[in-house]
Design a protein around this ligand. Structure first.
Ligand code: NAD
Length: 499
């Protein structure tokens, strides 16, 4: 737990070294065009850095450097036990530079410093260490052939991996990709989100310092429709691993089809149902989980429990509890370690959230908490936790991903209706159910079309379990040993034996 005060964080922010160039072949370099864009602090609305705006030429240079490094074998053919040592060193360096990493994320995308420093940094460093630890313990296979052959089934790194990530957990989303991709021996070109490009550049320096060879980990900052698109369409990128919106995820499928049929894995949006049955074992605990489950990180969480689906028998009592807890989650200065919620990532995202609140009102839902922009005097983009009652699942606020602090509450009668409502969405990322009955828990878990189901909790888990979705939440999994499948190809070597 970090014990720095707001003043300490402000002082550190004032002296913070901000890297703002591309990181290609182990060097910080300007974009070839010389163009930059402003990174804005959403808590103040003021610029914090001018960041290199990479384009096609820069992506070409980064991919060429990644390819050269891959072909050289300096990392791709290194013994797994060596890669492990380097990744463990990288993880330690991340922890040693935890204050800087946390501050870069908080300043660029507005999440609270408490969440950045005490959750995102250690969980991200653990992710890198976990894949380092795992990689020298994974064996290949020998097929059950007859005695006239020996058939080896081996996993090989894919080659050059393009990683395109969002802004809501800049360091964690990066590490979910980097950990398994690097552990398996690939080279990576990372395109961070334009709203949160800064921490990735520090990570790249730390990776180099830890011993990851030049060219193995490159970062091209820039806009999605330029740099992200160039990576998606690149003919020498072997796989793209993407986290972001469903809309952009679909574009990556098109990029792959139009170019070289590169592998694509997609972690996309969600509209996760959080179901509370009448036999919920503890309504107070469930209410805390429901409030934090949607408002954590200002609601900018892909698997936020943004649809609270409550048995009508307990709805009034339960909703009152959720409202009371949510009242305590006031947005505050992101550099104040006591703040529970920070700023919304950008002015346009804040306006989008406010528009949805307006849409909800017009659709006939009632705002029973919040609904307004707050802290306008700061110049930043803050929205208070907002709860809608009387929502029908067909309403836009129940169907579309708002990606902000807005909760839709919907009532049901009986488990069948709860399931029907929960699954009536294009998404299938997370889902939760509260019940005291193991049979109900298991039948709901089987019935819920989602990649992750929580029972009597919300958003729990760790690096040992896969994370990802079904339906239009995407495919492929981050975390756990299964993530390595995205970054490796299977090779069969069939050896004919003569004796
Ligand atoms: P986004 O889709 O707008 O952007 C994600 C990344 O794609 C960014 O790096 C962006 O620059 C890039 N991009 C944007 N347009 C592009 C284009 N035309 N071509 C190529 N690349 C492009 O998403 P966002 O606003 O950064 O993040 C929010 C979204 O991410 C939400 O939908 C959220 O649910 C999703 N998300 C999903 C997960 C998950 O694990 N499933 C985790 C976090 C966030």
């Amino acid at each position: 737990m970090n014990l720095m005060s707001t003043t300490n964080w402000r002082e550190l922010a004032a002296s913070l070294k901000i890297r703002s160039k591309l990181f290609i072949n182990g060097q910080l370099v300007d974009a070839q065009s010389g163009k930059t864009f402003a990174a804005i602090n959403p808590a103040t609305g003021k610029p914090i850095a001018n960041v290199a705006a990479g384009d096609v030429a820069d992506v070409d240079a980064a991919v060429a450097s990644a390819r050269k490094a891959f072909n050289s074998g300096s990392w791709s053919r290194r013994a797994p036990s060596d890669r492990k040592k380097v990744l463990l060193r990288f993880s330690e360096l991340m922890l040693a530079h935890g204050d800087e990493i946390a501050l870069l994320d908080t300043l660029s995308m507005g999440k609270t410093i408490g969440d950045s420093r005490n959750i995102e940094v250690p969980v991200s460093a653990n992710c890198i260490a976990w894949y380092g630890e795992a990689i020298d313990k994974i064996y290949d296979e020998v097929a059950p052939t007859g005695s006239d052959a020996l058939a080896l089934i081996t996993r090989e790194p894919i080659g050059v991996v393009g990683a395109v990530v969002p802004w809501n957990f800049p360091t964690l989303m990066t590490c979910w990709k980097l950990g398994p991709a690097l552990a398996a021996g690939n080279s990576v070109v990372l395109k961070p989100a334009e709203q949160s490009p800064l921490s990735a550049l520090l990570l790249a320096e730390l990776a180099l310092e830890a011993g990851i060879p030049e060219g193995v980990f490159n970062v091209v900052t820039g806009f999605g429709e330029i740099a992200g698109r160039a990576l998606g369409l690149h003919r020498d990128v072997d796989a793209v691993t993407f986290t972001g919106s469903t809309e952009v995820g679909k574009l990556f499928l098109g990029y792959a089809a139009k170019s070289n049929m590169k592998r694509v894995s997609l972690e996309c949006g969600g509209k996760s149902p959080h179901i509370v049955m009448a036999d919920c074992p503890n309504l107070d605990e469930a209410a805390i989980a429901a409030a934090y489950g949607v408002f954590f990180n200002q609601g900018e969480v892909c698997n936020a429990g943004s649809r609270l689906i409550i048995d009508e028998a307990i709805k009034d009592e339960f909703l009152a509890k959720v409202i009371e807890i949510s009242k305590t989650l006031k947005p505050g200065d992101p550099l104040d370690p006591e703040s529970k919620l920070g700023a919304i990532v950008s002015e346009s995202q804040m306006n989008r959230v406010l528009e949805y609140i307006d849409i909800g009102r017009k659709e006939g839902a009632q705002v029973v908490l919040g609904g307004e922009r707050v802290r306008t005097e700061s110049g930043g983009y803050f929205v208070e936790p907002t709860i809608f009652d009387g929502v029908k699942n067909s309403m836009r606020i129940a169907q579309e991903e708002i990606f902000g602090p807005a909760l839709a509450t919907i009532t049901f009668k009986g488990a069948d209706e709860a399931l029907q409502i929960a699954n009536d969405t294009i998404y299938g990322l997370g889902a939760a159910v509260w019940t005291s009955n193991i049979d109900t828990a298991m039948s709901m878990s089987r019935g819920l079309k989602a990649g992750v189901v929580w029972v009597n909790c919300f958003d729990e888990g760790n690096i040992t379990v896969p994370f990802g979705g079904v339906k239009q939440s995407g495919f492929g999994r981050d975390k756990s040993l299964h993530a390595i499948e995205k970054y490796t190809d299977l090779k069969t070597t069939w050896i004919k034996l003569r004796k």
